[in-house]
Write a protein that binds this ligand. Structure first.
Ligand SMILES: Cc1cc2nc3c(=O)[nH]c(=O)nc-3n(C[C@H](O)[C@H](O)[C@H](O)COP(=O)(O)O)c2cc1C
Length: 180
């Protein structure tokens, strides 16, 4: 089907190799707006977005996450970068209540699809939760400008792909039943 929205959804892949090329500010704003325009239960909009393009801060979050993973005994190969050196990272946080996790999921996927439609790839990063296993909770939240009462949910990194799009990962069969 030649529909650009369906194309963006079906062609999105988690990309783990990026060019250093920065994402133009206008595109960043469209991506963030797409997240903000996601639906949320009871229209709570109980999320917060920390948009990071400052390379030092991306490195800092990477380092803290790797240290947290090390502390938990999660092994990663030498040189592993949590954000795969992507030039844009958005850290999502929520007021933990009701459907906040689901709301955050809607926001994050909206951003991934919006980015894809603009020719920008992404990878959702759950691993950033590990940084809290290594450093002080309050210090991290302050560093990431996460408001009081909000908890970090997950992150997403964006960038222009370096190399070929990864092959589609096969989807499990028999997970859909129809009643008709
Ligand atoms: C909640 C969530 C957390 C994820 N965390 C990570 C992560 O920390 N690192 C990573 O490389 N990929 C992560 N992924 C990406 C998944 O591995 C990926 O979506 C899955 O393998 C399917 O591949 P696809 O996105 O290319 O279709 C995460 C995806 C989701 C939805």
């Amino acid at each position: 089907m030649n529909n650009p929205t369906i194309q963006a959804i079906l062609s999105r892949r988690s990309v783990r190799k990026y060019l250093t090329k920065p994402i133009p500010e206008e595109m960043i704003q469209i991506i963030v707006k797409s997240g903000i325009y996601a639906p949320s239960a009871k229209n709570k909009q109980n999320w917060h977005f920390t948009v990071i393009t400052e390379p030092q801060m991306i490195e800092k979050v990477n380092e803290l996450t790797l240290l947290g993973m090390e502390k938990l005994g999660i092994e990663k190969e030498e040189g592993y970068h949590v954000f795969y050196h992507a030039p844009l990272v958005i850290v999502l946080s929520s007021v933990i209540e009701g459907y906040s996790g689901l709301n955050a999921g809607c926001a994050i996927e909206n951003m991934a699809i919006a980015a894809k439609s603009l020719g920008i790839d992404s990878c959702i990063i759950g691993q950033t939760r590990y940084m809290y296993h290594q450093a002080n909770h309050i210090d991290i939240n302050r560093m990431l400008k996460i408001p009081e009462g909000y908890e970090h949910d997950c992150s997403i990194c964006f960038g222009y792909i370096d190399g070929e799009e990864p092959e589609v990962k096969p989807r499990k069969q028999d997970l859909v039943d129809y009643i008709r």
